[in-house]
Design a protein around this ligand. Structure first.
Ligand code: SAH
Length: 360
């Protein structure tokens, strides 16, 4: 039995079945055994590959997007450039390289990384060393200094813990995680008593009997904090993730290990656990706090409107035959509807009424 399995089993023995959110929080963030805490899960040899790891074009176009948005905000100087869950730091490095071509923008930037994993923070430090830019790390968005800001979050919200509720004939029950003695492993169960007032939006409360619905309280809280800062200090946030534009019933929690799907309750801490992002819940939380929300639009449409085809064309002009194959396949992977282009959505939060580029 792994260290984390043992720890979780003891918690269940002592306190009874645990909520799915607690299970996910431990599986991903336990300081000793959590999935993100020790290793580097990204890339071809890791468990999954994200857009900035697929191609430099992703970070370059987003860097340009932020430069345009910064101007429309009145070119605040200084401005905090914040990234939530920056992984290996590749996206930030690509954005900063692009910013070099706009000296006024680049000199205004103060870079703040929000990361809970010491291993990944070390990896980010390495990626950003060559940029020569001063970078600050924080373990929560709330700790980033106040002031006008530009915020990026790519595949961050899908890693936040979720709760699942099941619509039974007589009301709502929360799904919990138990230890199955016979099987010698974790299994799902439901809370014995009905939840008289589950914290679900109207769209979800109308789900039919038998439906499973998911909410992420942590995601809602962070979107609310971003919205409050946007309203108070001025700024813009770009949130990219896989998920649905409108809150809807359905079970999307999944585990991935070595580029293959894995049982969600097996091997906690050794597989990536994610759930689809409910973009309408994020937008609602941010708007309730005073921000404007734009989108979501699909990643494919967003990158095309930012000129990814032209950028790929320019890179192809100086590429070797092998590089050309990589550029073409990366372009397709990022925008094709059958790949990341349609499943991934882009939401912008802003203090500006006018829609930013890609959302007009
Ligand atoms: N944005 C990166 C990595 C996505 S993976 C990319 O596109 O490649 C999720 C990232 O979020 C990891 O860096 C992980 O350590 C971090 N993370 C997960 N939960 C977090 C939390 N609650 N606060 C801050 N960072 C978190």
């Amino acid at each position: 039995m792994s260290g984390l399995e043992d720890h979780l089993r003891r918690r269940i023995d002592a306190d009874g079945p645990m909520s799915l959110a607690s299970f996910m929080e431990e599986a991903l963030g336990n300081p000793d055994f959590g999935y993100y805490m020790s290793g580097d899960p990204f890339g071809r040899s890791g468990d999954f590959i994200t857009a900035p790891e697929i191609s430099q074009m992703f970070g370059e176009l987003i860097g340009l997007w932020f430069a345009v948005v910064w101007r429309s905000l009145g070119s605040p100087d200084p401005v905090n450039l914040i990234e939530l869950g920056p992984g290996r730091g590749t996206l930030m490095a690509d954005m900063l390289r692009t910013a070099k071509t706009m000296p006024e923008f680049r000199s205004a930037l103060r870079v703040h990384m929000v990361e809970t994993s010491p291993a990944l923070a070390a990896s980010q430090r390495k990626s950003l060393k060559k940029t020569g830019v001063e970078v600050h790390w924080h373990d929560a968005f709330e700790r980033v200094p106040e002031g006008p800001f530009l915020l990026m979050a790519n595949e961050f919200f899908d890693a936040l813990p979720i709760r699942q509720f099941i619509r039974a004939g007589d009301g709502w029950r929360e799904r919990v995680v138990k230890w199955d003695l016979g099987k010698g492993g974790f299994c799902f169960g439901v809370s014995p008593s009905l939840d008289p007032a589950p914290p679900l939006s109207r769209d979800l409360l109308s789900a039919p009997v038998g439906a499973v619905v998911e909410i992420s309280p942590a995601a809602g809280e962070i979107a609310g904090s971003i919205g409050r800062r946007v309203a108070k200090d001025g700024g813009a946030a770009l949130i990219i993730d896989y998920g649905h534009p409108v809150s809807a019933a359905g079970e999307t929690l999944q585990a991935v290990k070595g580029h293959a799907y894995h049982d969600v309750l097996s091997d906690p801490g050794q597989a990536d656990l994610t759930a689809h992002v409910d973009f309408s819940a994020l937008a609602r939380a941010a708007m309730a706090a005073g921000a404007r929300a734009h989108g979501p639009v699909t990643q494919g449409d967003f990158l095309e409107s930012l000129g990814i085809s032209a950028r790929a064309g320019a890179l192809l002009g100086t590429a070797s035959a092998a590089q050309a194959e990589d550029i073409k396949s990366a372009h397709k992977r990022l925008v094709d509807k059958g790949e990341m282009g349609a499943l991934f959505k882009v939401l912008a939060l802003s203090s500006d009424v006018a829609p930013p580029p890609g959302f007009e």
